[in-house]
Design a protein around this ligand. Structure first.
Ligand code: HEC
Length: 285
């Protein structure tokens, strides 16, 4: 009786556990609000196995960053010289850097002085410090964008979806004053307002300046900023695959070559002539 009771209890416990596990795995998650809507998988060329950056897009993306995002976001890990031969010529970058004033010094009188930017300077920050950045953005801190595509779940897809995903909040959702509704942002309410619209920048190469094109270009630029080694990494990866696969084939061939004498050896047993004869009985002495 006791055994039967215990058996029933154990079976019930295991059954309940399995049922809960099944429900957990199969229920539709209604946590979009907390985690943010999952972005679509966009066909950025650099995401493919051997795909590399579209450098014309990096160039347009830097223009978008400079004209739009740099009003609020810093890009501390990128220096002017990093852009040379990636998206601009050296002269073009020098010209852009010289448009900004940098504090340098001290000079021989101990004074700090202003001078035009050089290739070795970082991209200038919009605010002197975090407090100033928060004060200008209703308490929210615009994060540094140098590594943002690596710092967010979903990477480039998330940033693209975020920039193009602003819409009216659904019925019943209240967004606090100063925040904006964006279903891709965890929590749904983001302090950054929509700032990419059709025609917000004019491209010099004649690319249509639609909102989706502008967002794609700035995301490509930010991806390059976070992973400037991507092109080289894939080139070296392709070479390594080629090299190591041929080395593997050679190793296999050499192994067969070395082993063939052993593998093709035939061991034959020739029975002695008196095979069936009984041995002589031991001698008496
Ligand atoms: C007017 C100021 C302003 C401008 C211009 C601006 N941002 Fe922001 N951005 C913010 C603020 C403030 C936040 C912080 C939002 C928050 O935490 O709610 C933010 C957050 C972000 C985030 C992080 C979102 C997250 O998941 O945490 C990204 C990515 C971003 N901005 C990209 C951009 C890009 C790209 C541009 C240019 C196209 C841009 N921003 C232009 C103010 C701005």
């Amino acid at each position: 009786m006791y055994n039967a009771l215990m058996g029933t209890a154990a079976t019930t416990a295991v059954g309940a556990g399995l049922t809960l596990y099944y429900l957990e795995k199969n229920s539709a998650h209604a946590n979009m609000e907390a985690e943010g809507l999952h972005p679509a998988d966009y066909p950025f060329p650099q995401k493919k196995l051997f795909g590399t950056f579209d450098h014309a897009s990096i160039r347009r993306g830097f223009q978008v960053f400079k004209e739009v995002c740099s009003a609020c976001h810093s890009l501390d890990l990128v220096h002017w010289r990093n852009l040379v031969d990636v998206a601009y010529t050296e002269d073009e970058v020098r010209e852009m850097a010289e448009e900004f004033e940098y504090t340098d010094g001290p000079d021989d009188k101990g004074e700090m002085f202003e001078r035009p930017g050089k290739l070795t300077d970082p991209i200038p920050r919009p605010y002197a410090n975090e407090e100033a950045a928060r004060a200008a953005n209703a308490g929210a801190l615009p994060p540094d964008l140098s590594l943002i595509t690596k710092a967010r779940h979903g990477g480039v897809d998330y940033i693209y979806a975020l920039l193009t995903g602003y819409c009216d909040p659904p019925a019943g959702v209240e967004v606090r004053e100063g925040l904006n509704y964006n279903p891709y942002f965890p929590g749904g309410a983001i302090a950054m307002a929509q700032n990419i619209f059709d025609g917000v920048v004019e491209y010099e190469d004649g690319t249509p300046n639609t909102a989706s094109q502008i967002a794609k270009d700035v995301v490509t630029f930010l991806n390059w900023a976070a992973e400037p080694e991507l092109d080289d990494r894939k080139k070296i990866g392709a070479k390594a695959l080629l090299l190591f696969s041929s080395l593997t084939l050679m190793a296999l061939w050499i192994k067969r070559n070395r082993w063939h004498t052993l593998k093709s050896r035939k061991i034959a047993f020739n029975s002695p002539k008196n095979w069936n004869k009984k041995p002589n009985p031991p001698s008496k002495n």
